[in-house]
Design a protein. Structure first.
Length: 163
């Protein structure tokens, strides 16, 4: 690969990461309040105040309840990711419809991605999917950027994620 192609490939990968990161950020921002409400509800049921979990002091029943909710949330997020990926493959109008269904009519991403730049957005999504597959192939998988990568004790970036 010559220097020009290497620069173009690197730039394309960077654009992909930035675009997908922005999409993920806005997606999270739309869903953060419902997640925090759910987390506080789980904490209250488990007998904790303030939304934090001390995994070691939980009973087996409380751990099972938290793990069941975590698994359900993970399954929901995977389904949403697959739905959005399929919508991207079907084209701009399908993607817009999926975003509005998942994130609301005024989702910020809709003001950033338009019919004109959707091709680049779709390309960025493809790079993200390839990156995810490579991470899983080398054994990093789901833990990349999440629970096990930061500290190795089942703690996320904020240090309060249950294992």
């Amino acid at each position: 690969m010559n220097k020009s192609n290497a620069i173009i490939s690197t730039a394309a990968a960077l654009v992909a990461v930035i675009a997908i990161g922005g999409f993920a950020y806005f997606s999270f921002a739309q869903n953060a309040s419902s997640f925090e409400t759910e987390s506080a509800s789980v904490s209250a049921e488990a007998g904790f105040k303030g939304g934090g979990h001390d995994w070691k002091s939980l009973t087996d029943e409380q751990r099972a309840a938290l793990e069941a909710r975590r698994a359900a949330r993970q399954k929901e997020m995977e389904a949403r990711r697959e739905e959005m990926g399929s919508a991207i493959q079907r084209g701009y109008s399908s993607w817009v419809e999926a975003v509005k269904n998942n994130m609301g009519e005024n989702a910020p991403i809709l003001s950033q991605v338009n019919e004109e730049n959707f091709g680049k957005f779709s390309e960025a999504h493809e790079y993200m999917e390839k990156g995810r597959a490579i991470m899983q192939e080398i054994g990093v998988g789901r833990e990349f950027g999440g629970r096990r990568m930061f500290g190795g004790e089942g703690k996320g970036i904020r240090g309060n994620c249950a294992q």
